[in-house]
Design a binder for this molecule. Structure first.
Ligand SMILES: *[C@@H]1O[C@H](CO)[C@@H](O)[C@H](O)[C@H]1NC(C)=O
Ligand SMILES: *[C@@H]1O[C@H](CO)[C@@H](O)[C@H](O)[C@H]1NC(C)=O
Length: 357
């Protein structure tokens, strides 16, 4: 597997990573001076429900008044990508939306499978949300892969590890599925777990479980694709302090989401939250053992970037085959609102997947 380093793609990716790291450094130096003033901040609402604009109903359910729009799947053969929903576990309300590039139906070779977990701080959004529907639709088309976007249970009704349980159940379901797209068109030796933001955290934690089980019930995973993964810790990093009031993931919002998604009573160095603290580094060795490749992407305008860089460093130290792709500027979740940024990301993912084939 080490020979992969010599692939031109990889040289390119590595060079990019180094170049971006360099830009990132310059970016930080420039910005730490100007942004420091802003970090003496608006106080957070002490009630995390109010902070996130959630309503806790008397019957124990939670209402999310700001719910963004959903999009239905469509098997319309005139579309570039066909999509459909399949139930995973009715009693939990979990399901997957599958995306199939139209052209692939007539292709002889089977396609890679990207199992995707959406973002939303473990609390918001759905595999049916329009932003993720469009993201996965375009990703299936550009990367030329089948995408399975997983609907998992949300916090605070279902705190972690419920989402990880659902993710692993989704993998078992995929392996056993008799669905004709999965059965006939997917190469089960070419499977990637991917997620953005909280979904990146889920891909990581479910990946560790899958690596530990590594049994025949789960498809053979080749790698993890962690797009701006959502992690935290008890101590704030430099980028979190510098970008404390950042409008997309400022610390009031960030803190409230962890408060309502982690198991009650644990702190933020818990293994679900901080992969570099306590048991984290030892758990990570599993990825080295199973030999997966990992792609971590991030950007300089995301308060989480220092943690993501730290994670890449720790993985390298542990001998995990990891590619860090960091760009200057931008903000957390930019690929969900900027189609051009999403397109660039699909290119990075396609390069990553094809270099392993
Ligand atoms: C719980 O209360 C909310 C708000 O009053 C309501 O919309 C919902 O249907 C109720 N759910 C159940 C299961 O009773
Ligand atoms: C669905 O989830 C329930 C609750 O966790 C579990 O008991 C059951 O075995 C699951 N069903 C299937 C078909 O996997």
């Amino acid at each position: 597997m080490m020979s992969l380093f010599s692939f031109s793609h990889y040289k390119f990716l590595w060079r990019c990573s180094i170049a971006f790291a360099f830009f990132l450094t310059l970016f930080f130096i420039a910005n730490s001076l100007t942004l420091q003033a802003q970090s003496t901040s608006t106080p957070c609402n002490k009630d995390p429900y109010k902070q996130l604009n959630l309503i806790l109903n008397q019957n124990g359910t939670v209402t999310r008044p700001d719910k963004p729009p959903d999009s239905p799947p469509a098997e319309d053969p005139t579309l570039l990508v066909l999509s459909k929903d399949l139930s995973i576990n009715r009693s939990k309300g979990t399901w997957a939306r599958l995306y199939l590039p139209r052209a692939a139906q007539h292709q002889r070779s089977k396609l890679p499978l990207v199992v995707f977990f959406h973002g939303g701080g473990f609390i918001f959004l759905s595999a049916g949300s329009t932003i993720f529907h469009e993201f996965c639709f375009n990703m299936a088309n550009d990367v030329v892969a089948v995408v399975a976007s997983v609907e998992y249970r949300l916090a605070p009704e279902h705190r972690l590890p419920a989402a990880y349980d659902d993710a692993v159940e989704a993998l078992q379901w995929i392996k056993a599925s008799q669905d004709d797209w999965l059965k006939n068109l997917v190469d089960y030796s070419n499977v990637f777990l991917m997620g953005s933001s909280a979904g990146g955290n889920i891909a990581y934690n479910a990946g560790l479980r899958a690596a530990a089980a590594a049994d025949y019930q789960i498809p053979k995973i080749k790698g993890l694709i962690l797009v701006q993964p959502f992690f935290s810790g008890t101590r704030r990093t430099g980028s979190e302090r510098r970008l404390a009031n950042e409008p997309h993931l400022g610390h009031c919002f960030n803190d409230a989401m962890w408060e309502l998604s982690l198991p009650v009573g644990v702190d933020r160095d818990h293994e679900y939250c901080n992969p570099t603290a306590r048991k984290g580094p030892a758990r990570l060795e599993l990825i080295e053992k199973v030999g997966w490749w990992v792609l971590v992407t991030g950007c300089g305008g995301d308060p989480l970037v220092d943690r993501q860089v730290q994670l890449v460093k720790l993985m390298k130290k542990k001998g995990v085959k990891v590619v860090g792709h960091f760009t200057p500027g931008d903000y957390h979740g930019i690929q969900d609102s900027d189609p051009l940024k999403a397109k660039v990301l699909y290119g990075v993912i396609k390069t990553f997947i094809s270099a392993l084939n």
